[in-house]
Design a protein around this ligand. Structure first.
Ligand SMILES: Cc1ncc(COP(=O)(O)O)c(C=O)c1O
Length: 387
């Protein structure tokens, strides 16, 4: 490729993720139903769009402070944290989605060769960001038989003094849809205190919680507030993925350096989007409609999936993902998904893309319309029957 010889090694090594590759292939085909997309298919609630229009016509067309508009940092402090006011506005930074918050954190924390511990399986982008920033993603196996439980002993066993910089956890989880229990989080918090570990808690799905599950933040356990950076965003909660507004809340020194880093590369987040995000956070009730839509779809998806002999799954209680076990069909998850796309025109993502523990599973996002979910799972049933 022209110019490739000019790239540095890090850029040269950048690869297209498995999810994008599936989409590219699907785009060339007809009559495809996607259960591959980690984004609400619904549009942003109209009042938030109105707020953005108002912002543009009233002068929100300028640079904002690097850490974000003061009114949005205040709204996050009041309405966007696990407990209102638990981090003050100066301990909060507004970012281009949660991804930008995570990248800034990796940029300010990692020295070459440092370790960041993550769950296995886990969202692809963590490992890519850690690697790009010179670190090593240490993937902690979780137990699929116990709802992807993270054994605190695994954290102890993988901790390397002087090298392990942080533990990054995500609950409700992408790709599994599982929610870490209060008890599991409490155990993790105890180990974090014991090992003097910084914890990054990615809570982007914390409004999408079903049945008896609780969205507990590890930051709320004793000794954790000052060793946790909470990362969140408006993308999933308000169907605002394209607006790119997220935030990080945590120890002031970290937030301060993240903002300084932002100043040199990105400057800040789109001003009108920040204004609209302030409106959104001040109207938390807007997240409820979305949760209702996903509650309904989740029930339909579970009922349909149960009709497929050979598929095993425990019912996930968060986010908008299911992570069924397809190992009984004798195909690895990539071959299963490739063939599913080619033969049944349904996009699912191979579990192996999310880590070795994901092998034997596929990720199904119920982000399509209910009738499409029913049809997609019917096609999967037919496909499985042929195997
Ligand atoms: C676990 C997790 N964290 C963060 C993000 C990114 O969110 P944002 O759109 O706020 O950057 C995603 C998106 O899929 C995700 O699944």
């Amino acid at each position: 490729m022209n110019g490739e010889n000019r790239l540095n090694q890090k850029a040269f090594a950048l690869k297209q993720g498995a999810i994008r590759a599936m989409f590219d292939k699907a785009r060339t085909m007809e009559n495809v139903i996607s259960m591959g997309i980690g984004e609400p298919d619904l549009d942003t609630p109209a009042p938030i769009i109105e707020a953005a229009k108002e912002a543009l016509s009233s002068g929100y067309t300028h640079y904002t402070p690097n850490a974000g508009l003061p009114m949005l940092r205040e709204a996050v402090s009041k309405y966007g944290l696990p407990v209102s006011g638990m981090y003050a506005p100066h301990e909060i930074m507004i970012t281009n989605g949660a991804m930008n918050a995570l990248h800034l954190l990796m940029s300010i924390l990692i020295e070459p060769g440092d370790h960041i511990m993550i769950q296995n399986p886990q969202w692809l982008n963590y490992a890519a960001q850690i690697k790009y920033c010179g670190g090593v993603a240490v993937k902690l196996p979780t137990d699929p038989e116990k709802g992807f439980y993270l054994d605190p002993q695994t954290i102890r066993d993988n901790f390397v003094p002087g090298k392990t910089k942080a533990l990054l956890i995500n609950s409700p989880n992408n790709p599994t849809g599982h929610v870490l229990t209060r008890k599991n989080l409490e155990e993790i918090a105890q180990v974090a205190c014991e090992l003097d570990l910084l914890v990054i808690s990615d809570e982007v799905y914390n409004t999408l919680i079903f049945e008896d599950a609780e969205a507990v933040s590890i930051s709320t356990f004793p000794g954790m507030r000052d060793r946790t950076v909470v990362v969140n965003s408006l993308s999933k909660a308000y169907a605002m993925c394209g607006w790119r507004v997220g935030y990080a809340a945590g120890p002031e020194a970290l937030i301060d350096r993240m903002a300084k880093c932002q100043e040199n590369f990105i400057s800040g987040v789109n001003a009108a989007a920040q204004y609209a995000a302030t409106y959104a956070l001040e109207h938390r009730e807007l997240t409820e409609g979305l949760r209702e839509v996903f509650r309904e779809r989740r029930e339909v998806a579970i009922a349909e999936l149960k009709k497929i002999p050979g598929i095993k799954f425990s019912e996930p209680k968060g986010a908008f993902y299911m992570f069924p076990d397809i190992s009984s069909f004798g195909l690895d998850s990539k071959t299963f998904c490739d063939r599913l796309l080619e033969e049944a025109h349904v996009v699912c993502v191979p579990g192996s893309a999310f880590g070795s523990v994901g092998e034997g599973f596929i990720r199904m996002a119920y982000t399509a319309k209910t009738e499409d979910i029913v049809e997609a799972i019917r096609r999967i049933r037919e496909f499985c029957a042929k195997l």
